[in-house]
Design a protein around this ligand. Sequence first.
Ligand code: MG
Length: 381
Amino acid sequence: MVKGISILGSTGSIGRQTAEAAGRLGIPVLAIAARRDVELLEKQARELHPRYVGVFDPSAANQLRERLSDTDITVEEGEGSLVAAACVDGADCVVTGVSGSIGLRPTLAAIRAGRRIALANKETLVCAGTIVMSEAARCGAEILPVDSEHSAIFQCLAGRDRRELRQILLTGSGGPFRGWTAEQTRDVTPEQAVRHPNWSMGAKISVDSATMMNKGLEFIEAMHLFSVSPDQIRVVIHPESAVHSMVELVDGTVIAQLGVPDMGLPIQYALTWPERMPSVTPSLDFAALGSMHFEDPDLEKVPCLRLAMDCARQGGTSPCILSAANEAAVGAFLGHRIGYHDIYRLVAGAVEAGEYIPCPTLEEILAADARAREYVKDSIA
Ligand code: MG
């Protein structure tokens, strides 16, 4: 089990559940960081007693510094404060629960500091998976997936020779609009899109689940985490979310990981690995579940997934452009500035317009990321 952690994105869904798990497991939280939720950051600082709080937004950092002036907690601001939080003294693990490519630099810094990465920030691997994984190998840093599908795959592959793997079966519920036609989804509102049938998650990832861009990002995340080719990953729609993903071995044996859909489970496993500890997650009630269904995704109805799989095959800067444009477009959709179908239209446009670089450096990735956001912004204005 880890000795002390820092939590990036502590005020988000993953961050709050991580704080809860750490409390239950008796793991000290040495640093927390988030974008700007001063109210919750103050509450967490007083409850968790971290040494260090990073706040991305400078004015929010000023407010928090004021509020915590009666404590000896250090409050700093900007992207640098996320990096400092990730590398805080005494922590041997960082949980990256921030959403978006903002997680990239802190993750790389923590890898170079030899920390275990409990990775919930899939955009980091989507944008710069090749660089992140090779840095982790060079620095001997463990990357433990917190994404439920990847945690499942990780558990199914544990102790197994990779040459035994035939393919990964990446499951997804299909989101709240499974089976809906383009006609039916045209006027979908942000409020409808964030209402996921099985999982309780943040707004951005909930919209990604509705468009199935999330499964596309997970497809790319799996390629990097498990060093497999796109042809070795098959997306399987499984509306009940009882199977969290599976692996098929060369002899045709399939191993699945099942459980109730509760992010507390993969979070805890990333903190306690290679051990398992008791948890408060309820048992999966098979009789109540009754039956499980599986089907192939209809790529005509979920163009975001198709586009992401195309970008996965292209590699280079394509996944980064896809992910950055998607972040910007989903932000605009959540702000009621564009319609639901505009998400795909804008992301596809950004990929089309973006410069393709086959083996980009970190600087080239960050530049491609910025240009993709710019493209989306300009297309809306
Ligand atoms: Mg997931």
